[in-house]
Design a protein around this ligand. Structure first.
Ligand SMILES: NC(=O)c1ccc[n+]([C@@H]2O[C@H](COP(=O)([O-])OP(=O)(O)OC[C@H]3O[C@@H](n4cnc5c(N)ncnc54)[C@H](O)[C@@H]3O)[C@@H](O)[C@H]2O)c1
Length: 345
């Protein structure tokens, strides 16, 4: 079995994924198993949203004997250190987090616990048992109040608008210091609104689709004047898989590279590179469901930004690939999954 990171130390072919029962983690675990990796997946199955969805995702992974599920919180002292020592993973993809912009306004402590303390425990475990490459999920929300579009990884990003974004930006800084101090190669991804089958029930595709199918009104914030660089999950995990092999080192990918001047560390956007108007997203769900939405127009929500748009130049340079699923196909795949999973017509 081949380790795409070319791991010299550690058991080649083992990848550790935190948050593996989550939306993106589940898709990534499936993709890495299909590529011949052994996958260790950690998740605490917390109740931020229905744990039954997390269990259903995990149930699709566990029949594969190369998948090892570990149930626990990443912030628990000693848990990650023990798993790293047992497994010596060649690559680590860190997705476990308390996500959600709005929830962070009322429940900031959960973000300190999972995002700050959890990421700290992960970095400490990696310091003791260094993988060849560690990859961490951050967010387009890290660009905060920036107005220049598309967002570039080398842009200054110091004006986060939500506590969620603030914790994610903090994890980027924490990771940089470990990359520098302990020569740990680290890539930070900034994901742009990911959607697709098995998606999160707290995100717009679920909220809109469930309301439209049940005949309830949908809530449209900022009176519909929003743009998001929606990224289809299959595209996203393909990009992650390619970046696992793009270990940051001394060989920069060009003048636009965000490679640190002192550490094997870089930030990479993973987005579609083509922002979509929220009203067009709603129209695509209407087409896929064959129903009209009853739109309830509302003002902007605190913590939100009106637009996101990824510059994908660096992603293309590093991986030769960037997401490309068009909105109609992506939304149709999501609605098909929604109907079969939730048994709605
Ligand atoms: N989905 C998006 O659009 C999006 C956009 C930007 C960034 N991200 C980031 O990508 C990552 C994955 O997001 P997702 O959409 O799959 O979210 P998700 O909530 O579906 O997945 C996260 C998983 O981590 C687990 N988890 C949370 N806290 C944990 C802890 N303390 N210990 C162990 N497990 C824990 C949860 O149970 C969940 O299964 C997150 O870091 C998120 O911040 C997602």
């Amino acid at each position: 079995m081949q380790d795409a990171t070319g791991a010299g130390k550690g058991s080649a072919g083992t990848i550790l994924i935190t948050g593996a029962a989550g939306f993106i983690g589940f898709h990534l675990a499936q993709a890495m198993l299909a590529q011949g990796w052994r996958v260790v997946g950690i998740d605490n199955h917390n109740s931020y949203y229905d744990p039954a969805l997390k269990a259903a995702r995990e149930a699709r992974l566990t029949p594969d004997p190369r998948y090892r599920p570990v149930r626990g919180g990443i912030e628990e002292p000693g848990l990650l250190a023990r798993i790293f020592a047992e497994e010596r993973p060649g690559a680590v993809v860190h997705l476990a987090a308390q996500a959600g912009v709005r929830h962070s306004i009322d429940n900031p402590r959960a973000y300190v616990q999972a995002n700050l303390i959890g990421t700290f425990e992960l970095l400490e475990a990696a310091r003791a048992c260094p993988p060849r490459h560690m990859l961490l999920a951050s967010t387009s929300s890290a660009y905060g109040a920036n107005t220049e579009m598309p967002y570039r990884e080398t842009d200054k990003a110091d004006s986060q608008m939500s506590f969620y974004a603030a914790t994610k930006k903090s994890t980027e800084a924490m990771a940089h210091s470990y990359a520098h101090l302990f020569a740990l190669p680290i890539t930070v991804f900034r994901f742009f609104t990911v959607y697709g089958p098995w998606g999160r029930p707290d995100m717009a595709p679920y909220l809109f689709t469930s309301a439209i199918l049940e005949g309830r009104p949908i809530r449209v914030f900022n009176h519909g004047d929003m743009k998001r660089d929606f990224t289809f999950v299959t595209d996203l995990v393909r990009a992650i898989g390619l970046l696992v092999g793009a270990v940051p080192g001394t060989d920069p990918a060009g003048e636009f590279d965000s490679l640190s001047p002192v550490a094997p560390f870089r930030v990479v956007n993973i987005g579609n590179g083509a922002p979509v108007q929220l009203m067009d997203f709603i129209a695509a769900i209407e087409t896929a469901t064959g129903r009209r939405a009853d739109r309830q127009m509302l003002p902007m929500q605190p913590g939100d930004v009106p637009a996101t748009w990824a510059d994908t130049t660096l992603l293309r340079a590093l991986s030769g690939y960037a997401p490309q699923t068009n909105l109609q196909d992506g939304v149709a795949a999501y609605v098909d999954w929604f109907r079969s999973f939730y048994g709605t017509d």
